[in-house]
Design a protein around this ligand. Structure first.
Ligand SMILES: Nc1ncnc2c1ncn2[C@@H]1O[C@H](COP(=O)(O)OP(=O)(O)O)[C@@H](O)[C@H]1O
Ligand SMILES: [Mg+2]
Length: 556
């Protein structure tokens, strides 16, 4: 049980109130009782004195002698002072002891038969003692009653304020989200009911609190795992919610954004404008915008009004999706279509031109006729090669065809490649050397790896000079093998090296096309190597030659 003192305000107030009330009532009562007692006592005394005077007058009738002695005995018997005066007011007999004044007595008087006046008195002191005792008694009783009243008030107040104090402590704990603290319910009165109601309220609050924080953390998890940025603002244009993705977009911490003005938090005029529009028009809006003026990054923003259950608008929420790569892909697709169309149009235009010329000719010049047909045949071959390359590329890229993996002997692959290209190389005065002298086994798809070898060695021959050389080497590592396909050809300027593996990329378009190239070979090669989880790198110097390095996984 806790200690109680008057310093507790409620207890102090109630007890002092009780004290003042009882003291006041006891004081007022005592005052009036004393006044009444005093008056009654005086009247009673005067009436008694009058009776005594009458008796004394009767007793004095007929007494002529020894009047003084007689009066003295009467005074002694009645314990009264007696004075006899003659008509002139002269004192004949007096029983007042010497030294005491007549004014110290309460007196009454009666006329005597033979003239003169009989005075009977009682000392005022005697009455005062009775009166004083009476007053003192009532004051003592008054104080006892007041003390008892204060004690009762104190106990009663304590019974009220102790549970209230308990309740106060529990409420404070509740404010600090310390649930589960119950107040002790001992009585069934209003205070007891208050305690019970509080306990129930505390339970409901606890349930509600955990439900809300549960929901909040679920929302938090969902929001923070979203790739899309989410920002919500209230009608005062202050950010009330921002997830990690949104913070990342604007280079902030989530917490830094909360409470800030929407523009201050995002520094994005268009975004602020779309939020304004949403709150003003109470409608949803979608718009694509740059993340920053002049930036490559694009975001698609959808904003919707935030409404309370009564449909009243409370703010707006914007969802932002980074569509940069989407737009980039779209652009790449468009470029690809344009490239393919362009690549096909060139041979088609030439076929069309030559066939028209042939149709308009008189078929007599057989040499011309054969030359044109050969060109048409060539262009058709180019188109077939192009389409075959495109099909290869899309097949490999789509990933639909799994690798037909096995142990592949790369020496054999390169030997076959050399064999296939020997005639072409000889025609250009280029020699090809396969410097792999024993089987080198790698893990992979033989058909695809043959395509890689063919393309790289073919490039080495194609982009070479008269008397040039192409060679192939292998270097075995622990887990992998590195192959080098080198040539002493034209080489590639360094500014092209970054883009050489892109589709349709050719250093010298006219020359490459003339060589029958599609510009797809290296793109296909890179895709195949990637599929094999290998690496491909290029080193080149203009006029000196080019080296391709490929690493592939060793097969054991
Ligand atoms: N060994 C090489 N030496 C010089 N240039 C090369 C070599 N290999 C490739 N290139 C350049 O890279 C471009 C792309 O090669 P590739 O994709 O195989 O296309 P293509 O052989 O059909 O022209 C070529 O057009 C050429 O300009
Ligand atoms: Mg090629």
């Amino acid at each position: 049980m806790r200690k109680w003192s008057f310093s507790k305000p409620l207890l102090f107030k109630l007890t002092s109130l009780a004290l003042v009330v009882t003291l006041l009532s006891v004081g007022v009562t005592t005052f009036f009782v004393a006044r009444y007692a005093q008056r009654t006592l005086e009247q009673r005394t005067k009436a008694d004195l009058l009776t005594d005077a009458r008796i004394i007058r009767l007793a004095l009738q007929g007494v002529t002698r020894d009047l003084e002695a007689h009066i003295a005995s009467l005074a002694a018997a009645s314990e009264r002072m007696i004075i006899i005066e003659d008509e002139a007011g002269l004192i004949l007999v007096d029983t007042i002891p010497a030294g005491i004044d007549r004014s110290d007595f309460i007196t009454t008087h009666l006329p005597l038969d033979g003239g003169g006046t009989l005075w009977v008195g009682i000392p005022t002191q005697e009455i005062r003692v009775i009166y004083d005792n009476l007053v003192r008694g009532s004051i003592i009783i008054g104080f006892l009653v007041a003390g008892a009243a204060i004690l009762v008030a104190f106990l009663l107040n304590r019974a009220i304020s102790a549970p209230l104090q308990d309740l106060l402590v529990a409420v404070r704990r509740l404010q600090e989200r310390e649930f589960g603290r119950k107040v002790l319910v001992q009585s069934t009165d209003e205070i007891g009911q208050l305690g019970k109601a509080f306990n129930e309220l505390s339970e409901t609050l606890e349930e509600l609190f955990f439900k809300i924080s549960d929901r909040e953390s679920t929302l938090d998890t969902v929001l923070s795992s979203m790739d899309d940025g989410v920002i919500a603002v209230n009608m005062r244009r202050e950010v009330i919610l921002a997830n990690r993705a949104a913070a990342d977009l604007f280079h902030h911490q989530e917490k830094e954004m909360i409470g800030k003005n929407q523009f201050e938090a995002t520094r994005h005029e268009e975004l602020s404008r779309i939020l304004e529009k949403t709150m003003d028009g109470q409608d949803s809006f979608s718009q694509e915008m740059r993340l920053r003026p002049g930036s490559e990054r694009m975001i698609a923003v959808t904003s919707s009004p935030l409404e309370d259950p009564h449909g009243k608008i409370q703010g707006a929420v914007a969802v932002m999706r980074d569509v940069t790569s989407l737009r980039h892909l779209e652009q790449m697709r468009q470029e690809f279509v344009a490239n393919v169309s362009h690549e096909l149009r060139t041979p088609l235009t030439s076929i069309k031109g030559f066939s028209e010329t042939l149709l308009n000719s008189n078929f007599e010049d057989r040499a011309l006729y054969e030359r044109f047909l050969a060109i048409i045949n060539n262009e058709t071959d180019r188109m077939i090669a192009l389409i075959n390359d495109l099909l290869d590329l899309s097949r490999i890229e789509s990933g639909k065809q799994p690798l037909n993996k096995g142990a592949v002997d790369m020496r054999k692959v390169f030997d076959e490649t050399v064999l296939m290209l020997e005639n072409k190389a000889a025609a250009k005065g280029v020699t090809i050397e396969n410097n792999i002298y024993y089987p080198v086994m790698v893990e992979g798809d033989e058909k695809l790896l043959k395509q890689v070898a063919l393309n790289l060695v073919d490039n080495g021959v194609k982009y070479n000079v008269e008397g040039g050389k192409v060679w192939i080497e292998a270097e075995q590592g622990l887990d992998s093998v590195e192959f080098i396909i080198g040539d002493t050809g034209l080489g590639i300027a360094s500014e092209h090296l970054d883009r050489i593996f892109e589709r349709f990329y050719r250093v010298d378009k006219g020359r490459a096309r003339h060589m029958g190239g599609t510009g797809l070979g290296l793109a296909i090669t890179k895709h195949i190597i990637d599929k094999h989880k290998g690496t491909i790198a290029i080193e080149s110097r203009v006029g000196k030659g080019t080296k391709f390095r490929i690493t592939l996984k060793r097969s054991n």
